[in-house]
Design a binder for this molecule. Structure first.
Ligand code: CU
Length: 351
């Protein structure tokens, strides 16, 4: 009987954890942190981040959840930002656990709310331009692995961004079960000050839904499982040209470090995008621009977050990463990884 009760307790715990996915826990802009609402808790509070109704994965690139996440509600606050502001986005799984996945890109867009403060703006009307993307590192590992390890997604707003009201749409596309993609979009309301004049070209603007198809190469296709960063094609439009012209493009890290730019196949048009893609891992390199980032990184290195007991998803992700690198080492392509993931999935029972 004792065993029976323990078995039920253990299995229900397993189900709870296996259902865990994630949401944006906080957005930090120039040192000010805006907390997001955990959709798995009933707690609501004033935030600049639009609350979503569930942390569960969203399937389908053309459904309305792709705009700002499932059931996204207008938020009460508007975060203050400036051209060149540094932004750190922290992902969590419900009840404060770490983000559970390590495969697939993160992408970030802005849309003008026009003359309306973004707390009143209907995101379905937004025209978005891309300002940041983080895919794979040159060693073939996804930046998302760093997110799973507890690092934020870090980038800067364009140095020449015109003042005004903007929605910041940030997302992770989790591809550990590709070609089935899990979309995790999130929107934060910001107001940008200053007196710059950078605006996107009309041709760079996209809608959500509209910018992605489930059949896009970056969602189903080449380079997701293979080791080469350059095989993978980012979903959505190119990074807007105003970002390239900002003069605030971070230098790609030296080739000797792990945070080197993501792909060697640098064309003129992707060079600037690459540079902004250099995401700070916990032990990332310094940037020439700011010493505060260096301090922050040192702090992260000096005081790593305490290790929690790994969840089934974490074990899954780790096993999966091992399978990927093993497949790359043996050059056996994706079949090995797929076989392996099928096996792990069976063990995991649901996702
Ligand atoms: Cu998930």
């Amino acid at each position: 009987m004792k065993f029976f009760v323990a078995a039920i307790a253990a299995s229900s715990l397993f189900v709870l954890q296996a259902a865990a996915h994630g949401y944006v826990d906080s957005v930090k802009i120039d040192g000010t942190t805006y907390k997001g609402m955990d959709p798995t808790s009933g707690k609501k509070f004033q935030s600049a981040i639009r609350r979503i109704s569930t942390q569960d994965p969203n399937y389908g690139a053309t459904k309305s959840h792709i705009t700002c996440g499932p059931g996204a509600e207008k938020a009460a606050l508007v975060a203050t930002a400036n051209p060149g502001s540094s932004v750190d986005i922290v992902w969590k799984t419900g009840q404060g656990g770490r983000w559970p996945h390590n495969t697939g890109p993160s992408l970030t867009y802005l849309a003008s709310c026009g003359s309306v403060s973004c707390d009143k703006f209907n995101a379905a009307d937004a025209k978005w331009f891309k300002i940041h993307e983080a895919g794979k590192k040159s060693n073939g590992q996804w930046f998302q692995q760093d997110v799973m390890n507890g690092a934020p997604v870090s980038f800067t707003l364009p140095e020449n961004l015109a003042p005004g009201n903007y929605l910041l749409r940030h997302e992770i596309i989790a591809l550990h079960l590709a070609p089935k993609a899990e979309f995790y979009p999130s929107c934060t309301q910001i107001k940008v000050g200053g007196n710059k004049n950078g605006v996107p070209k009309a041709s760079e603007l996209v809608s959500f839904p509209g910018a992605y198809k489930d059949s896009d190469s970056g969602i189903t296709g080449k380079g997701i499982y293979s080791g080469r960063a350059s095989d993978y094609q980012m979903p959505g439009p190119k990074i807007a040209s105003l970002v390239a012209g900002s003069g605030n493009v971070e230098e790609p890290a030296p080739a000797t470090t792990k945070a080197a730019a993501t792909t060697k196949a640098a064309t003129a048009s992707t060079k600037a995008a690459q540079a902004t893609t250099t995401q700070k891992a916990p032990a990332a390199t310094t940037t020439p621009k700011s010493t505060t980032k260096t301090c922050r990184q040192r702090k992260r290195e000096a005081a790593p977050e305490p290790e929690a007991a790994p969840s089934p998803e974490q074990l899954y992700s780790e096993a999966y990463a091992r399978a990927e690198s093993e497949a790359a080492r043996r050059d056996v392509g994706t079949s090995f990884v797929r076989r392996h993931s099928k096996f792990v999935r069976m063990a995991k029972r649901s996702h």
